[in-house]
Write a protein that binds this ligand. Sequence first.
Ligand code: ADP
Ligand code: MG
Length: 338
Amino acid sequence: MLAFVLAFFCLPANAAVQKYQAQFFDVFDTFSQVTVYSSDKEVAQTVTATVYETLLECHQLFDIYNEYEGINNLKTVNDNAGIAPVKVDERLFAMVAYGKEMYYQTNGRMNIAMGSVLKIWHRCRTEGLLSPEKAALPDMDELKQAQRATDIENIILDEENQTIFLADPNMSLDVGALAKGWAVELAADSVQDMGAEGVLLNIGGNVRALGHRGDGSPWRVGVQDPANLSGQESLTVANLSGLSLVTSGDYQRSYTVDGRSYHHIIDPETLMPAEHYRQVTVITEDSGLADALSTALFVMPLEEGLLLLDDFPGVCALWVCKDGTVIRSEGFAEMAGE
Ligand code: ADP
Ligand code: MG
């Protein structure tokens, strides 16, 4: 049945509860892994299939590059900028509404209305990766021109009719900062009550832990060490139950120009990749919040980030600075079960 599953295999856990694992590569252009502990193989299969279906639906709804027959997705919304409101699925509406709200909550550091600017970086990165000898930085005048079309107020949301309208014809939405986390949270919600002992979703580094492992212990989730990306050694290991862990790093999507690496998290003020850290990791229950905040914190100086966390009880963060210094917010060690 599960055609998408490259591997769905069962590993002995204890006499009754078994471990099942599935992997796929076709959602959010990234590697995904679902691990389930259950005493019932059918439960494990249903959980895996439901996670996959939910992620695939979200992938299509949140896609800004491709159209899919019969659905209005973010590309439809972007294509109709300055033209007409677009009626969308409630999951897409809620995600965009959340993204808009997070703009205000992050002092504008995370701006989903920055599609026009991010598009230019995306084009330069794609070209630079394709022909490294011709790799170039975006033109600053072009970036500044694009910046004019990033006013969050021009996202007009009509709750009653579930429509999204971009009032500026040059505006476009890019939800890369929070879409994966939002989708992971929806997937987690959809399998929460299916009866598995534990489920671990890892969607391109957006990790959501439900329940526990077969022996009753929390899930163990390694935080990648930016100084040792190819190695097995983690920076730290979090012991999680009922929590999400999301990391943003300067090594995740980057390209090289004149021997210097340029990554994909863009400071809305400088219009250049944010230079504060190598990595930011956020732990909190909601995976959408963790994703949004990992990007927002990445773009903020440390003092601002620490202050921001005061507004978000139940959220903790770990920063890896440029020089390798590791900083933990208050409560990180405890929440991570380090
Ligand atoms: P990833 O998606 O690689 O895990 P992030 O969650 O940090 O990493 O999101 C980065 C993505 O968010 C970028 O690829 C881009 O699409 C988008 N983005 C980059 N900078 C910003 C920003 N300041 N505000 C909102 N979105 C951003
Ligand atoms: Mg993010």
